[in-house]
Design a binder for this molecule. Structure first.
Ligand code: CAA
Length: 379
């Protein structure tokens, strides 16, 4: 067992850390307040190879491993989880989904511009009445011979209005249940495809979350991913990897808040000494550090399993479940350590606390992770 990162991992981690400090930190409060999408930052992340990190260079990707991906996700998320969710969805849901399951023509056409960040992707599974209960798809993709007629509404779609390429899950054969679902590649601008208003969210406010409406959208048959009826398996398999990215995001939010709290505790004095020297605060920091380290080990284990080509569904759900709970707990404590300062925007921890909450909800709630884990361990 080797707990050392390679030189390359350390360089990638440092590059992400530098990027977060120089490119994400300035303006992060304003983007959060005004719900401003990080357009320029995402463009630069594309130039660094961070939008298609794990994609094979033959499809314009950076050819890095999953460990590198989680290191980058952690560093970006310490500062700006709104930007890191864009990175996560593009890398581990859209690019991975296409690289693993699309055909060669689809990869040439759609994966290549996504891997460079020239285009952004969105993953469209959730619906007004199908969030956790993902097999209950009401969006339909009626088989019309050489095309599918797509009708329905998708909800809570990350990159909703900034994406150009959408992977849309829809029901084709209702009588077959989850085995009648397809995954279709839908392009922005296809006739009948409308984007609803931006959601006004508690956290990750810089990211771009919308409902999408499809009315008689004609999607060519050649845009279906995999065999007829593969769509639900496609979504589930892709989410297994996506959850590693969100676990790393949660880890980053937690470690970002911890670093701020530790720094503040060493500087702020009460009763004649830094508050870090009061056991009430020192013990909080000890608990936070221990839980963050445990979360980090789970995240890295899941990433390592994926890199090795070993099964990782259980590990990714455990990592996401635990890291998101640590993110929530740590950020609440970080605000508490900051006292009144923690409640105002300039000190960053209130934003991290708001951002932490979504990590317990998207890509499967904590309860869904427990469904996945319990099924695996009881199998
Ligand atoms: N890989 C392959 N196939 C899978 C699978 C997997 N991981 N999980 C399930 N399947 C298959 C099953 O084997 C089953 O096939 P059979 O009938 O042949 O056995 C079929 O799919 C149906 O599976 P289940 O019976 O297990 O389905 P279920 O209704 O019990 O639901 C669930 C399972 C785990 C709860 C699933 O619905 C789920 O994960 N829900 C949460 C969805 C989710 O994470 N949504 C997030 C939206 S994306 C997002 O948030 C992105 C973003 O913007 C940031």
């Amino acid at each position: 067992m080797d707990f050392q990162f390679t030189e390359e991992h350390l360089m990638i981690q440092q590059a992400a850390r530098d990027f977060a400090q120089t490119e994400l930190k300035p303006g992060v409060i304003e983007r959060d307040e005004h719900q401003k999408f990080p357009t320029e930052q995402v463009r630069k992340l594309g130039e660094l190879g961070f939008m298609g990190m794990m994609v094979d260079p033959k499809y314009n990707g950076a050819g890095m491993d999953v460990i590198s991906y989680v290191l980058v996700m952690e560093e970006l998320s310490k500062i700006d989880a709104s930007t890191s969710v864009v990175v996560s969805v593009n890398n581990s849901l859209v690019c991975y989904g296409l690289e693993a399951y699309a055909n060669e023509a689809q990869k040439q056409k759609y994966l290549k511009p996504l891997a460079t960040g020239e285009k952004i992707g969105a993953f469209c599974l959730s619906e007004p009445e199908a969030g956790s209960d993902a097999t209950s798809q009401h969006t339909t993709a009626e088989d019309m011979g050489d095309y599918y007629l797509l009708n329905g509404t998708k909800n809570w779609i990350t990159n909703g209005s900034t994406a150009s390429i959408y992977l849309v899950i829809a029901q084709t054969h209702p009588e077959k249940g989850s085995h009648g679902i397809n995954a279709l590649i839908v392009e922005r601008g296809m006739e009948g495809f409308a984007i609803g208003p931006k959601e006004n969210k508690l956290g990750i406010r810089g990211s771009d979350t919308h409902s999408l409406m499809f009315t008689d959208v004609k999607v060519p048959k050649e845009n279906r991913i995999g065999a007829d009826g593969f769509g639900f398996s496609f979504a589930m398999k892709t989410l297994e990897g996506g959850r590693i990215g969100i676990a790393a995001q949660a880890l980053g939010i937690a470690s970002g808040a911890f670093e701020l709290a530790k720094q503040y505790a060493k500087e702020r004095k009460t009763f004649g000494k830094p508050i870090s020297e009061h056991q009430a605060i020192a013990f909080k920091l000890a608990d936070m550090a221990t839980e963050i380290e445990a979360a980090r080990l789970l995240v890295l284990k899941a990433a390592w399993l994926k890199d090795q080509g070993l099964p990782y569904a259980q590990a990714s759900s455990m990592a996401k479940l635990f890291a998101s709970e640590v993110a929530m707990k740590t950020t609440v404590e970080a605000v508490q350590i900051h006292g009144g300062y923690g409640f105002v925007k300039e000190y960053h921890v209130e934003r991290l606390m708001r951002d932490a909450k979504i990590t317990q909800i998207y890509e499967g709630t904590s309860e869904i992770q427990k469904v996945v884990i319990s099924r695996e361990i009881l199998r």
